[in-house]
Design a protein around this ligand. Structure first.
Ligand code: ADP
Ligand code: MG
Length: 239
């Protein structure tokens, strides 16, 4: 799967396999996946449950390593990093959002968004003001000092989006980001993601079951049994 002509891929993964060990293993979870994603591209990853979508996203997110294959992220080979190097790459190159938001329950909204800035060594005062500015941009000016349990699902995902983008990652990885939301809220979240994408130019790889959500992407890639079976441009009607 090749990125659009003339564009340097920000993600260039080739021949990615993943074998999950164990006596019951009969087939690899990923069986030779090639995926290139251009900078500024939004790709929707689809496929039946168990087809390997989350496994692939975790490898792209340096949360897991492939059994074989090469993975270049922003021109750098990241397929065989140590855990410390993976953590550094995740912090500085990647943003993550998940179906279940993964916010820290005992921290406020503002503290949740400031956390990656603290990890990156930015001093507290600057971290909090940057986090606040990000939260205003996702429409949560009035919720800075709330705890996640005091927010709706859509608001929680807005916090997670603000957090994921706070260090201006090259790539945002999203695993079923609307999976826990009703249809209307899910569409609002996708509109917000596309708007932020247009402003920031972050590439997005998005796993979704929902064909409507997938129409927000520039391109859809279908996985089955750990292999890419089809990749097609969407109409791009929303761009
Ligand atoms: P999807 O996200 O498309 O539903 P997954 O990537 O979560 O699929 O899983 C694909 C297959 O890999 C499943 O059969 C799952 O049981 C297996 N699998 C995923 N993670 C692990 C793991 N850590 N250990 C063993 N098997 C796993
Ligand atoms: Mg999954």
């Amino acid at each position: 799967m090749v990125a659009a002509a003339g564009q340097t891929p920000v993600i260039d993964a080739r021949g990615i396999t993943k074998i999950h060990g164990g006596p019951l293993t009969t087939a690899p979870t990923l069986a030779g996946v090639d995926l290139a994603v251009a900078s500024r591209e939004i790709v929707a990853l689809r496929g039946p449950s168990g087809s390997g979508k989350s496994t692939l996203l975790n490898i792209l997110g340096c949360l897991d390593r492939p059994t074989s294959g090469t993975y270049q992220l922003g021109g750098r080979d990241v397929s065989a990093l140590t855990r410390e190097e993976q953590a550094w790459v995740r912090l500085h190159y990647l943003g993550f959002i998940f179906q279940s938001f993964h916010l820290i329950g005992h921290s406020t909204v503002l503290e949740n968004v400031a956390l990656p800035l603290h990890y990156a060594g930015i001093r507290a005062k600057d971290a909090l003001s940057t986090a606040e500015e990000r939260l205003v941009r996702v429409g949560l000016r009035e919720r800075l000092h709330y705890f996640p349990s005091q927010l709706s699902g859509g608001q929680r995902q807005r916090v997670a989006i603000a957090r994921s983008l706070v260090l201006r990652p090259k790539v945002l990885l999203a695993d079923e980001p609307t999976g826990a939301l009703d249809t209307k809220t899910g569409a609002e979240i996708m509109s917000l993601l596309v708007e932020l994408h247009d402003q920031e130019g972050t590439a997005i790889v998005l796993v979704t079951h929902d064909p409507h959500v997938a129409t927000f992407a520039h391109r859809q890639v279908f996985l089955r049994d750990g292999q890419i079976v089809d990749g097609e441009a969407t109409l791009g009607a929303r761009h």
